[in-house]
Design a protein around this ligand. Sequence first.
Ligand SMILES: NC(=O)C1=CN([C@@H]2O[C@H](COP(=O)(O)OP(=O)(O)OC[C@H]3O[C@@H](n4cnc5c(N)ncnc54)[C@H](OP(=O)(O)O)[C@@H]3O)[C@@H](O)[C@H]2O)C=CC1
Ligand SMILES: CC(=O)[C@](C)(O)C(=O)O
Ligand SMILES: [Mg+2]
Ligand SMILES: [Mg+2]
Length: 335
Amino acid sequence: MATIIYDDETTFDALKDKTIAVMGYGSQGHAHARNLHESGLNVVVGLRKSSSSWAKAESDGLKVMTVDDAAKAADVIMILLPDEKQAATYYSQIEPNLKAGNALVFAHGFNIHYNQIVPPKDVDVFMVAPKGPGHIVRRTYTEGIGVPGLIAVYQDATGKARELALSYAKGIGATRAGVYETTFREETETDLFGEQVDLCGGLSSLIKNAFEVLVEAGYQPEMAYFETCHEVKLIVDLIYEGGLERMWHSVSNTAEYGGMTVGPRIINEESREAMYVALERIQNGEFAKEFILEGMVNHPVLKAMERQEKEHPLEIVGKEIRANIPWLNKKIDDD
Ligand SMILES: NC(=O)C1=CN([C@@H]2O[C@H](COP(=O)(O)OP(=O)(O)OC[C@H]3O[C@@H](n4cnc5c(N)ncnc54)[C@H](OP(=O)(O)O)[C@@H]3O)[C@@H](O)[C@H]2O)C=CC1
Ligand SMILES: CC(=O)[C@](C)(O)C(=O)O
Ligand SMILES: [Mg+2]
Ligand SMILES: [Mg+2]
């Protein structure tokens, strides 16, 4: 079983005299930088000069510098750039500015685990990985709660890496929900598996296929949207709060019996085999290689798929429906 660390078992001591550079101000970057800053820690944000987030980070009260200057100024460097861009930026702007005893930090183990970044031996390398999207990391922090986090130490040059990781996790609010100890390998492989098979890939594919079947069978797209997409959140909220048990308790007996008998026929042995194939491609590095190469040629496949997805009837009708529900569709950056 995992070791879990909570808020009252941690302090800011390891970080209180350090400068933390948060590289990137995207989904995770804005959340880490703002939460650490509001936790009273010394934060600078590293961005490229052309970044549209530069002004935003400044208006959020943060000090912004180029990646190069932020790396120079910092003791602890958290890399929150897109995974496929980290290695190039690391070798050109971060590594030349690393000093012995600095710490290099990641929110996902991809670049270390798949050998894209090979840090010098005289720095700490560890991970603080929130188990949730950056915008939720930010929103929950402001609500006085947090998203659970993982920590892992890859390299402990100073003997302080674990303590630093826990202070950092406290600074972003993760210890409020509990921090779990893991390894770079375990985090990387399970995180990729989760987002491909279940959370992002599996779920979106389930929604789209169910929507298409209803529409192809002649039902109105609005009915199909509510049934296959909108209600997912309401059902997932119950599972999130109280497990499958609370969800089965809350739905009708009809839904419970129908769901329990038909569900396994939909996500079946064939799907399970596909899950094993996905896991194997993660474990043997094939997925990582495919994704890195895709990034090196400027994402032709990803861009095409994003365009196709935007044109999907589910997205068209969904947009119209959400526009009529005032509390939906607020800009994600509003939180
Ligand atoms: N998204 C999430 O919720 C989660 C992400 N993670 C991990 O966190 C890390 C960051 O991911 P995420 O937050 O999604 O990233 P985003 O794509 O949301 O943000 C990337 C940031 O990096 C900046 N950036 C991109 N290229 C460069 C460059 N060459 N030089 C300087 N800055 C650059 C972008 O700014 P601009 O383009 O304006 O210059 C932007 O601020 C990844 O390791 C990811 O796996 C972990 C858990 C969850
Ligand atoms: C939000 C999260 O944890 C993911 C799905 O792993 C990611 O965005 O990479
Ligand atoms: Mg994840
Ligand atoms: Mg991920």
